[in-house]
Design a protein around this ligand. Structure first.
Ligand SMILES: NC(=O)c1ccc[n+]([C@@H]2O[C@H](COP(=O)([O-])OP(=O)(O)OC[C@H]3O[C@@H](n4cnc5c(N)ncnc54)[C@H](OP(=O)(O)O)[C@@H]3O)[C@@H](O)[C@H]2O)c1
Length: 248
């Protein structure tokens, strides 16, 4: 296994929720965070084991990031050795309608908190001296473009770049940093997106995934692998889990 205490941000739904349920099966202690505590408590009730913690966190709140990381370590005196960042928001706006506020908003959820959370986790006493593994959920769109997705692609491509830079900076502490990049998997976020497009677009999206659309478990498998000792020589990579989307 190789991980004992994992912070999962964006754990209330979709990929983060599936990852929480999966990691709890390994015996890890989990710290589940996002804005909606009712949904987080529902996820908690599906997680095996004791000693998990739930925190309400809006990732736009820098002070709250520092506070919850410190409080979660203080709770049981155990430092983290794993981190999964799965919080995110979608955004589809053609260039001519893009405003600076929109760009800043998407970065303030999808990208900037990853750096601030990693920094908070690396403060004295918060992370295991034995090292550990950090996994950021990017997207196939971090490496491939799509019309009207400039902001989303920007926010996800930056995550891959952040993982590479931090992989090098943190290697001496035996901390590995990687991304997983999903193609489309069925979650609240993707269902909303599919509802908003025409039947023709839906057929096109399906065609772009040679193995069909994925499930949240397909992504949780990759995250678990990268957190575990099975991934112990992997750092600074972008693990594409996309049903063949990016092979085309
Ligand atoms: N679904 C896909 O097909 C797909 C494909 C590629 C990449 N991804 C990426 O995978 C990640 C997870 O997506 P998903 O499909 O699982 O989405 P989802 O079901 O909509 O979950 C998004 C999560 O982000 C949290 N979140 C959003 N804004 C937040 C904020 N300001 N502060 C704290 N938490 C916030 C939500 O929690 P609260 O509402 O409780 O705050 C929720 O837990 C995202 O980064 C997404 O871009 C998804």
């Amino acid at each position: 296994m190789g991980f004992k205490k994992v912070l999962i941000v964006g754990a209330s739904s979709g990929i983060g929720k599936a990852t929480a349920i999966r990691l709890a099966e390994t015996g890890a202690s989990l710290v589940l965070a996002s804005r909606n505590t009712d949904k987080l408590n529902d996820v908690l009730s599906l997680c095996q084991g004791d000693g998990h913690q739930v925190f309400s966190l809006d990732v736009k709140d820098e002070q709250a990031i520092d506070e919850i990381v410190a409080a979660a370590v203080q709770f049981d005196g155990i430092p983290f050795d794993g981190f999964v960042y799965s919080a995110g928001q979608e955004g589809t706006i053609p260039l001519k309608f893009i405003k600076k506020d929109f760009l800043e908003d998407i970065l303030s959820v999808n990208t900037i908190p990853v750096v601030l959370l990693t920094k908070a986790l690396l403060k004295k006493g918060h992370f295991s001296k034995e090292g550990g593994s950090l996994v950021y959920v990017s997207s196939v769109m971090g490496g491939l473009g799509q019309p009207a997705k400039t902001a989303y692609c920007m926010s996800k491509g930056a995550l891959v770049a952040i993982a590479k830079a931090l992989a090098l900076e943190l290697a001496s502490k035996k901390i590995r940093v990687n991304c997983v990049s999903p193609g489309m998997v069925i979650t609240e976020m993707s269902e909303k997106l599919l509802e908003s497009v025409s039947d023709e677009n839906k057929a096109e999206i399906l065609k772009m995934h040679p193995l069909g659309l994925g499930s949240v478990d397909d992504i949780a498998n990759g995250i678990e692998f990268l957190l575990s000792d099975k991934g112990k020589w992997i750092t600074g990579t972008d693990f594409l889990i996309d049903g063949g989307y990016s092979a085309q």
